[in-house]
Design a protein around this ligand. Structure first.
Ligand code: GRF
Length: 187
């Protein structure tokens, strides 16, 4: 099986990146992580790229030519698929056009509920009974593309934001690889 050259975009801790790197080392996993792009110079997740000897680039998304730089590097590394893993920047139209149906994101809620930021505090405020995560295709709308995989947990009475995050991320580490397998299963 030829693995798809994949770029993972991050901004922070990178625990999903780490999880994807570990899965991608399995011969039967459909993607190879060939590049990591971070828009945060200090993202802890960059350490995983270093540790596993994966090329990585910091791109300042506040700079003028950032989009050109991203597209240039995706071409340079022959990237065919993109995973957004805690990337705190909306993907530009040009990028979604160039990679139509080839960008996926993981979001810490049961979409379409709680799009955007601060999902856990909003869920608690709303007295939600269920939390979870969603892996979905990315289009021009924020957290708007079609769903690939969803995983659910029940919110207990004493759950706080920290517990919700913990429960969500445990599910994320299953959902993200499962979604990738699902996408490439039929190709
Ligand atoms: C994840 O919870 C993901 O759902 C959200 O950002 C978080 C990233 O976590 N989009 P990490 O950087 O992978 O640890």
């Amino acid at each position: 099986m030829v693995k798809k050259n994949t770029c993972v975009f991050i901004s922070g801790r990178g625990s999903n990146l780490k999880n994807l790197i570990i899965h991608s080392r399995d011969n039967s996993f459909p993607i190879k992580i060939s590049l990591v792009i971070s828009n945060n110079k200090k993202a802890i997740g960059l350490n995983y790229a270093k540790k596993f000897k994966i090329p990585y680039i910091f791109i300042n998304t506040d700079s003028k030519n950032y989009e050109k730089k991203i597209l240039f590097n995706l071409k340079k590394y022959k990237i065919k698929f993109i995973c957004l893993a805690g990337y705190m920047k909306i993907i530009s139209k040009n990028l979604t056009k160039a990679f139509q149906g080839k960008i996926i994101n993981i979001h810490p809620s049961l979409l379409p509920k709680f799009k955007g930021l601060n999902t856990y505090s909003r869920m608690l405020k709303n007295n939600e009974k269920k939390g979870g995560c969603t892996v979905h295709f990315v289009n021009e709308r924020l957290d708007g593309g079609s769903t690939i995989t969803k995983k659910i947990f029940f919110i207990e009475k004493n759950d706080d934001e920290k517990i919700l995050k913990n429960k969500t991320q445990i599910l994320e580490y299953k959902a993200f690889p499962e979604a990738i397998i699902k996408i490439f299963r039929n190709i």
